[in-house]
Design a protein around this ligand. Structure first.
Ligand code: PLP
Length: 234
């Protein structure tokens, strides 16, 4: 626990150094601390240690933990697979950004739930660039068409794209996938009104590569909080 603040400082310094190397000094990078499986105590420490965005990947877990958070924050991010029967519970938590909209079907359900309560929601489209069956998200080939369709839903604001790189110990393996998504991101951004500006890619083991390839939103868990213990009581 006492390492959390140190880890945050270290990553912030590394991000700044990496940006400098690529001539992007001072650029605003959103660091989303991924708090899944970690206790509320750890979330509070991170929030008091300079983190202002955190992410969870399970609605149930977020529902249980969020009321106990005692520090202020700017944004709760939902980054996991969203089941349609959990949409209302998720919306009650007022997520700043949902990173994981990967199908028209889910977008439609979300749109209808939002419409019932007169709300709108900022989302990212999750693209399964690595085409791995274990991952959700729209395929790269179908992404463009789906993004434009979802952008037509009056309650949904598509703010950008999200992907998960290969879970290979060698992060270089993910570079071509990150590059591919950045190219799609730039293309859509050029043809979009303002507001399409988040590229969420990069986790603890591959964020440097993602940042070099143009990411501006990093989702980092274990490099801040240590290894996850799925057996532990949360
Ligand atoms: C768990 C998770 C992360 C963070 O993973 P680390 O390797 O611990 O940094 C990022 N994104 C998603 C979608 C996750 O589920």
């Amino acid at each position: 626990m006492q390492d959390i603040k140190k880890n945050i400082q270290k990553i912030r310094a590394e991000i700044a150094a990496e940006l400098k190397k690529s001539g992007r000094e001072g650029e605003d990078i959103t660091l989303v601390a991924v708090t899944k499986t970690h206790p509320v105590e750890a979330i509070d420490i991170a929030l008091s240690g300079g983190i202002s965005h955190f992410g969870e990947n399970k609605v149930q877990e977020a529902v249980r933990k969020m009321p106990m958070i005692s520090q202020p924050y700017d944004g709760f991010h939902f980054i996991g697979h969203l089941q349609s029967n959990k949409i209302n519970q998720l919306l009650a938590l007022k997520p700043l950004l949902i990173h994981s909209i990967g199908s028209l079907h889910l977008a439609n359900k979300l749109h209808r739930a939002l419409g019932r309560t007169n709300r709108s929601q900022e989302i990212l489209i999750q693209v399964n660039v690595t085409a791995e069956e274990s991952k959700s998200g729209v395929s790269f080939a179908n992404a463009r068409e789906m993004i434009y369709k979802i952008a037509g839903f009056s309650t949904l604001y598509v703010r950008g794209l999200m992907t998960i790189g290969k879970l290979d110990p060698d992060p270089e393996v993910s570079r071509p996938y990150f590059k591919q998504l950045k190219a799609l991101f730039d293309e859509i951004r050029q043809n979009s009104p303002e507001g399409f500006d988040y590229l969420s890619m990069g986790m603890s083991h591959d964020w440097q590569i993602a940042l070099q390839e143009g990411s501006n939103m990093l989702r980092i868990g274990s490099a801040i909080f240590g290894k996850r213990d799925y057996g532990a009581k949360q």
